[in-house]
Each structure stands twice: as structure tokens, then as C-alpha cells.
Design a protein around this ligand. Structure first.
Ligand code: MG
Length: 384
């Protein structure tokens, strides 16, 4: 029995993780839930799963959750809050495995703390790897803790890498759906609205990641994530646009063989893989191979999607540039959703922030978070 601490339990990955627990009660149980700001969902989850600890974003929300649980007659759950609360969840002695699914750098400290506490991590939070990949992978190596990717592309790569050695890797091919604007003419990009950008063709996800898919910055973050997770150079990572989102990624080996991973577009599969690794439990997530007609692969267009170029440049420089790429994007996406900047303002903002970012390599999580704040401030200054 694996007892899980789920960071970001009310988000889409968190909820999918709980549906896996529901499906495999003999394998998984819930030890801790870090819920964030969604009080109603937090209450439902806490009452259903009875974790030892539940965490909310703020003290006020924690008090309200305590009151609701008391009114419902639910006892025995310790309710904590803030970053310390999330860390309490991720380091809980009763937890055997941590699912890191808080969007943004908010989950960074708790993910790092989980590794230092020797807990295997299922990582759905790519921002952690982008901002602090060097620190996290070093800590994981020292504490002999596996980091199992839940991001579908990296999960696919992880599976494809099980048949070869590190020295045999030639290229990691990350597939990209291309988002909703794969075929939109360049001259129309400036007038793209938030409503158009929030419609993703294949995946249903949170708001920021959906916009990041539309700009392809999401794929950019995944390039950096792949470099850190699999210890490869940016020149060994390539992006291929694959509109069907059927092949979740590929690994090309030096002998010319290319291995691909195919499955349904359902995040429950990579979550199950990470939770069960190295086992493969039987599931009902079957892929209908007979219904498969064709697979398209195209070169990405770096002109319409400048975020890809910016990400490769940041991946080369590492450190503060990767942190700034992510931070500036988060600020710019917010501004776009509030209609303060056009769609094309997102890459423009990132590029300007990167131009003023020093080439330094933060050595601690505190330094990473400080660098992240600086980049956010410089992005906000640009946008006002
Ligand atoms: Mg992905």
C-alpha cells in the first residue's frame, strides 16, 4: 500500500490522481492533501478521503475548512496552511510518495523538501524542473530518490528510455499538438482573444497551461524539463508537431532506432505509471489501435511561435534565464487573460525580461525564489 501526499489535489492532475486511488484502493491511500484555494472541493476531498493532514493556501481558508469539517462531523484531520502547510504535507512521515501537481513555483519548496525527506516524487509540476531543475535533480541523486515525470511527454520519454542507456540517446523528440493556432496565419496572431486561446484541441487543462500550449511556451518549458530530468543537452532535444497527440513522445537512439509511446490522451495513464513504477498494473485505459488512421509529424514554426526559440536559448544559458522565462510568462499570460496585452505581447514580454536577466545560477531554493520574484517585477514593470 502506497500512501500518497497530493500537492495540488483540487487541480486537474490532483483530481485525476484521486480517481486512480479510487480505482486501485488495494494499492493506494491518501495521507495528505494540499488543496490551495478551492474551499468547496477541499471540503469534499477531505471528507471523502480523510487524510491525516490537509493544507489550504491561507490561514483564513484553513479556518473555514476546519469549521466546515466540524459542522459535518468529520474529525481527525489536521488542517494547516501556506507554504509551511504544503511542506508539512510533502514531508509527512506517513506519506510514501508525493504527487507534485501545484501549478507554478508555489510547489517548489514542498517538492524540494519531499526529496530531502527521501520521498519518491511524481512530478506534474514542470515549473519546478524549469526553475530549479539543477538543484532538484542533484538532491534526488544524493538522496537516491526517483523523480517520475507525470507530464505526458516526459512520461513517454521515461518509458522509451527503459530500453536503452544514457550514452545511446541521440535525440529526445517531444511531441506538441501545436495548439489551436497551428494553422493560423502569422498576421492574425496579434488579434487572438483569450476565448480563442483557451480552446485547446486535444487536452483539457488549467488556464495558464492552456495559454502556454497556444503560444507553445509550454513546449518550451518541456524542453528545459527534459534537459534536467534526463540529463541531456538542449541540442539533444527536438520538438515535432503531432496534431493527433497520439504519440506522446519519442526517443531516437544512436543506432537509428526510434521508440515511441502511444496511449489514450488521458492523464490518468501517466499518473498511474508514475505511482506504480516499476510495475505496470492492469487498467481500463485502452487505446483503440484499429481506429488509428494516420499520424502526422511537422516541423514547428519558430516564427509564429517565438516562445520555442526563447526556451531553447534559456535552456542553453540555464539558471536565472530558465527561471525568468517561466516567471515572465506567468505574468504575461495573466495580463493577456485580463486583456491588457495582445497574444503577441506574451513572447515580447518574455524576450524583454530575458534580455535584462543576468547569467547567474542560483544555488538554493531561496535564491531561485528571489530570482523568480525579480523576473516577475521586471515583467510587471514592463507591462505598466
Ligand atoms: Mg506536457
Amino acid at each position: 500500500m502506497k500512501r500518497l501526499a497530493i500537492l495540488g489535489s483540487t487541480g486537474s492532475i490532483g483530481q485525476s490522481t484521486l480517481s486512480i486511488v479510487e480505482q486501485f484502493p488495494e494499492r493506494y491511500a491518501v495521507a495528505a492533501l494540499a488543496c490551495g484555494r478551492n474551499l468547496n472541493e477541499a471540503f469534499v476531498q477531505a471528507a471523502r478521503w480523510r487524510p491525516k493532514v490537509a493544507s489550504m493556501a491561507t490561514e483564513e481558508l484553513a479556518d473555514r475548512l476546519v469549521a466546515r469539517l466540524r459542522d459535518a462531523g468529520v474529525t481527525g484531520i489536521e488542517v494547516v496552511h501556506g507554504t509551511q502547510g504544503t511542506v508539512a504535507c510533502s514531508t509527512l512521515p506517513e506519506a510514501d510518495f508525493v504527487v507534485s501537481a501545484i501549478v507554478g513555483v508555489a510547489g517548489l519548496e514542498a517538492t524540494h523538501a519531499a526529496i530531502l525527506a527521501g520521498k519518491p516524487v511524481g512530478l506534474a509540476n514542470k515549473e519546478c524542473m524549469v526553475a530549479a531543475g539543477e538543484i532538484l535533480t542533484q538532491a534526488a541523486h544524493e538522496h537516491k530518490v526517483p523523480i517520475l515525470p507525470i507530464d505526458s511527454e516526459h512520461n513517454a520519454v521515461h518509458q522509451c528510455l527503459r530500453v536503452g542507456t544514457h550514452a545511446e540517446i541521440k535525440t529526445i523528440w517531444l511531441t506538441a499538438s501545436g495548439g489551436p493556432f497551428r494553422q493560423t496565419p502569422l498576421e492574425q496572431f496579434a488579434s487572438i482573444t483569450p476565448e480563442q486561446a483557451l480552446k485547446h484541441p486535444t487536452w483539457v487543462m488549467g488556464r495558464r497551461i492552456t495559454i502556454d500550449s497556444a503560444t507553445m511556451l509550454n513546449k518550451g518549458l518541456e524542453i528545459i524539463e527534459a534537459c534536467r530530468l534526463f540529463d541531456v543537452r538542449p541540442s539533444q532535444v527536438r520538438v515535432t508537431v503531432h496534431p493527433q497527440s497520439t504519440v506522446h513522445s519519442l526517443v531516437e537512439y544512436v543506432d537509428g532506432s526510434i521508440l515511441a509511446q502511444i496511449s489514450v490522451t488521458d492523464m490518468r495513464l501517466p499518473i498511474l505509471y508514475a505511482l506504480a513504477y516499476p510495475e505496470r498494473p492492469a487498467s481500463n485505459l485502452t487505446f483503440d489501435l484499429a481506429a488509428l488512421r494516420h499520424l502526422d509529424f511537422e516541423e514547428p514554426d519558430f516564427e509564429r511561435f517565438p516562445c520555442l526559440r526563447l526556451a531553447f536559448e534559456a535552456a542553453e544559458k540555464g539558471g536565472a534565464h530558465c527561471i525568468a522565462l517561466n516567471a515572465a510568462d506567468e505574468v504575461a499570460v495573466e495580463a493577456f487573460l485580463e486583456r491588457r496585452i495582445p497574444f503577441t505581447g506574451i513572447p515580447r514580454t518574455i524576450e524583454e525580461v530575458l534580455a535584462s536577466t543576468p547569467e547567474v545560477h542560483p544555488a538554493t531554493i531561496a535564491e531561485v525564489l528571489a530570482t523568480d520574484q525579480e523576473a516577475r517585477q521586471s515583467a510587471r514593470a514592463l507591462l505598466t
